[in-house]
Design a protein around this ligand. Sequence first.
Ligand code: DGL
Length: 256
Amino acid sequence: MSAPADSPIGVFDSGVGGLSVLRALRACLADERFIYYADNAYCPYGGRPDHEIQQRAEFVSKQLLQKNCKLVVVACNTATIAAIAGLRQKYPDVPFVGMEPAVKPACAQTRSGVVGVLATGAALSGDKFLRLVADHARDVRVVTQPCPGLVECVEAGELDGPRVRGLLETYLAPLTAAGADVIVLGCTHYPFLRPVIEQMLGPQVTVLDANAAVARQTRRILDQFGLQAASGGGSALEVLASGESDAIKGFLPLID
Ligand code: DGL
């Protein structure tokens, strides 16, 4: 049995990226309590083999469930692609909500017929991602771009500056050269770079992330399981980390 409705929602990522999802979750679910786990001793997940990401996702989920979480949001595209099926199998009574890069809305919105996706290499090569593209991009060309180094910049609190702009120039160039007019942020760290990305791309390119959609999906699942917290309970947040927690605390003002 999953935990009762007044229990917290667990949210995890390899680091601070999932805080961009937490921001959307709190906006959508004002009465819920949250426990956020940053697995930053193992960040980035993106360069790791699937079995290591699965091990970490299981370990972190176990920590959250021991804290009595009623639902777990896997606020990481890489962990969702590599590990969510295994988590659902291991904990069949616990609802898990995962990330899905916004490929579907991007394909509906593109006028040029070309969509770009920025994500980690591990996320872009996962079967779940390849199926998503095969299902929704029939008449649309999807150009993918792994972005090594970006997650590390965000973890270091570097949200603009020469290093970030240099990496972004390299990663955005092939997408714009291919004619992409919609760019999907397929890693939960990247919304923290959104202002720079939008500025570099200009107004003719639309930038999408999946955070609001994932928050709405979480609300639907809570409803479906009768797990919505009673109103007026407040929206407390507990933050846990496998590594240094100061970096996480530095991000909290950004999500208020
Ligand atoms: N925030 C992550 C994602 O959405 C993980 C990035 C990483 O640790 O490489 O994929």
